[in-house]
Design a protein around this ligand. Sequence first.
Ligand code: CMP
Length: 293
Amino acid sequence: KSHRAAVSAEAYGDWNKKEDFRPRVIPKSQDQKERIAERLSKAFMFSALDEHEKEIVINAMEERIIGRGQTVIRQGDDGAELFVVDSGTLQCFKVINGQNKYLKDYNPGEAFGELAMLYNAPRAATITASSDCALWSLDRECFNHIVKGSAIRKRERYDQFLSKVKLLESMDPYERSQLSDAFANVVFNDGEYVIREGEEGNEFFIIEEGTAVATKTIHQGHPPEEVLRYSAGDYFGELALIKNEPRAANVIATSRLKCVSLDRHSFKRLLGPVEDILKRNARNYEEIIAKKK
Ligand code: CMP
């Protein structure tokens, strides 16, 4: 055999493995499929999937009806499925230093039980239904083939970076790691506008690499004036999302600029824990402008 043939056989090895995977298909009505798609669109873990992958996941989902008070996941157990909440509410508890601590509620569109599957670890917390619930369950095989790889890569890629962003310092590491699932990458050239004053805004940005400047119209009839400079780890674009107002300033790249962005929905859900810090920091803007007037 020629060397060339050997190389291509190896290159196609991965393909063969994927081809061998026969995802389970659990019959569903069109209505149910649309409902799952709606729920998945809100669950960050699935945001990187393309349409074909989403369809595989939707087909593999199995409905679970859970009565109020029933425990779905028990801390310390082995786990073989991930759940997406369709209807109802559940509560998450974790035993920390012998104390059973309430962590959070789960509502429709949220996913849980991903950690055991991502890291082959025992269940890290207990999750109990606080009302009657309908859940969608995704089996480990489908999760491993379709979701796991890209989710782990994204989390690893951003782990270091996130630990250095000052805004996120106070966040629970578990909640912080979920930001990675929701991040989109955006790159701008030197001089390019990331945000324009007066426009509607739906995204929040954190700088991964590069620099930018914020400018704002302070004296009517005069060009916008510089109000802030940004570098790696700094964030911007939060104000329009917090206040539901048009963009209050321009943000312009002053070098090649690499950012991660969150859409409005992800921002509200994932950065809720630091909303007070965002609001407190926003008061500095007013001081900067007052000095220029
Ligand atoms: P898993 O460990 O598979 O099962 C328990 C789930 O609880 C876990 O995945 C997460 O989905 C969820 N969970 C919520 N908050 C936390 C937390 N702070 N630490 C660990 N797991 C959490």
